[in-house]
Write a protein that binds this ligand. Sequence first.
Ligand code: SIN
Length: 282
Amino acid sequence: MVAIRTNEYELIVAKPFAPNLGAEIYGVDLSQTVPDDQFAEIHDAFLKYQVLFFKEQKEIPPEQHVIFGKRFGPLHAHPAAPTMVGHPEIFEIHATKDSKIANGEFWHSDVSCDETPPLGTMLQIHIAPQCGGDTMFSDMYAAYDDLSQPIKTMIDGLSALHTSEHIYKGRYSDRGKQDADINCPEAVHPVVRTHPDTGKKSLFVNRTFTTRILGLTESESDAVLKLLFEHAEHIRYQIRFRWALNDMAFWDNRCCMHRAIWDYWPEERKGRRVTVKGDRPV
Ligand code: SIN
């Protein structure tokens, strides 16, 4: 029998996107100040669903986007990305026919190479291709839960190095960003982290930034990372979101990964991204 879920909130509508993660959110106007009681429901839904897709939105004024981001905590400054003119807190995602690369094409948790990686990221898309340009998300709670007990026992106390020079150096040169002197962060984080709000454990390694498991030989580290990357990227943990113009996605980097699909060249895709600072993973 198919279970019919009724809306569990009073001031927003949360429509589950898939059984594992994600919810579409209706009844919120992000171009205006969100009332406190509605914000409390959004916050609850964010922790519950890991990624929210705010539907039926107008273009959010940049100031309002920043204000909404700050309600979740101080904002995170990206070490390398181009920002919006006059709005240094806003990272502009932009791919055109002249781009050499598009943002986020491999599975990752945003800037996991930082000592305090982002809690969450909110992206609104303002120019969308006719079709394509989807973003995929993957549930890292479920990926951890599904591991066998012997593998959990092995990785529970391990830490991994996350680096970024191979990603950030030269990455945005086609967008006029000089980065010869940028600081490319690196940090050591637990392979399994505990979410500070939900208390749940999630797998915290990703193919973009995680380069080495500490305490293992190089070949052991390579083999364990390969196993964990392939497991975390299994289709059973994934959803694939198709954007409508002005949709805003807000994902929790502490418990999900994402990747963007650049299948729309030579068309254009553009959006604004505000990123909220997180805690040091434990
Ligand atoms: C990213 O922030 O990693 C890119 C996401 C996207 O462009 O859909």
